[in-house]
Design a protein around this ligand. Structure first.
Ligand code: SF4
Length: 353
């Protein structure tokens, strides 16, 4: 991240829908309505004063920004205008639904300094969107992204694998179709069952089963790999473990883990390490080298990756060494008489699965 993001959660504001999975109040961690002009100015000023950054990004998350009354959209964006002019706000993000994007509101957002629109895509399978009661189809996603990119916006897409009717194949195909539209970044949130939502009712009736954590990690690993190969960054995987989400009973079921992304990145590294150590004899001492940013992914939570390698190949892992010269996706294993280097993007192939 190049600058801090000042977030405003406009929970469920502007949204006339009730998607099966959604309880924006709990997810966003607030029950407040729209912030006032004074609150917007004060919060941005506080962030600027309390950080060493000269500039911040402002983001309106949750809800359907472009579904708000035009006067409300204007009221939320007006206080930011002088800060954009002075350079204190360098970017503005809003989140919304694909079917709430038009050429007219794209032009309005652009005129008001909005630089990025995050779309709740969730899936590109029409039957999954229907079962999720989204109220739009995948064509609406395509139209929205084309419209936003044509209007000069950066576009983020949010996917939610594991919805009712979803399958591993449909999740992969959804990402493929989304990547073909060239979003600028993605968020991937495996479906959780939140208390009080229609999905919680379906779950309690036995009509919906969640992805187990291990399956969600494995699927998200493949999705992350596809996105990285397409050079589209995934800025978040798994919902942020806010205080509200961690209250007992709020997450009824589903693959919730406070360090979900690390589980995914760790499994990606483990797959490459299995490849790099294939055929080595039991008891052989091995040293793993990786970029400093990868050490915890290579080691895995509670050293699980090293224990896997030891039990699968009988290897003796001497240590994991941080090496600045290696790229973020490169791993090297050294062993008596040899060395092997692999690349997470080039040397893993999940497409054949
Ligand atoms: S469109 Fe967004 S805010 Fe509205 S119900 Fe669906 S997920 Fe929630």
């Amino acid at each position: 991240m190049t600058h801090p993001v000042v977030p405003f959660f406009i929970a469920h504001q502007g949204c006339p829908h009730q998607c099966v999975f959604c309880d924006q109040v709990q997810i966003a961690g607030t029950t407040e309505g729209l912030p006032t002009t004074g609150e917007i100015e004060q919060k941005i000023a506080t962030w600027l004063a309390s950080s060493s950054w000269q500039t911040v990004e402002v983001a309106y998350f949750g809800g359907t920004f472009t579904g708000l009354a035009p006067a409300d959209q204007r009221r939320l964006l007006l206080p930011i205008q002088p800060l954009i002019d002075s350079g204190k706000v360098c970017a503005v993000t809003v989140s919304t639904r694909p079917d709430a994007i038009t050429p007219q509101n794209t032009a309005f957002l652009r005129e008001m300094g909005v630089t990025t629109v995050e779309l709740g895509v969730q899936s590109m399978a029409d039957d999954v969107l229907k079962l999720a009661r989204r109220g739009h189809d995948s064509h609406a996603v395509e139209q929205a992204i084309v419209c936003l990119k044509g209007g000069g916006m950066r576009v983020g897409g949010q996917l939610m694998p594991g919805l009712p009717g979803d399958t591993l194949v449909k999740s992969r195909q959804s990402l493929q179709r989304l990547l073909a539209l060239r979003p600028d970044f993605l968020r991937i949130y495996p479906t959780l069952v939140i208390a009080g939502t229609p999905l919680a009712e379906l779950y309690q009736q036995g009509s919906y089963a969640t992805l187990p954590l291990a399956a969600a990690v494995s699927l998200c690993k493949e999705l992350l790999h596809m996105a990285l190969q397409a050079n589209v960054p995934v800025v978040r995987m798994g919902l942020q473990p806010t205080d509200e989400l961690q209250v007992a009973g709020v997450v009824v079921a589903g693959p919730f883990h406070p360090a979900f992304r690390q589980l995914v990145e760790g499994e990606l590294c483990l797959d490459l390490l299995h490849k790099l150590t294939a055929g080595l004899h039991g008891g052989v001492p091995v040293t793993i080298h990786c970029n400093p940013a990868r050490v915890s992914d290579v080691t895995g939570q509670r050293r699980i990756n090293l224990r896997h390698l030891q039990s699968a190949h009988g290897l003796k892992i001497i240590r994991v060494v941080a090496d600045q010269r290696l790229g973020r996706h490169e791993l090297t294993v050294d062993f008596p008489g040899g060395s092997r280097t692999g690349n997470l993007l080039r040397d893993l192939d999940y497409a054949a699965l």
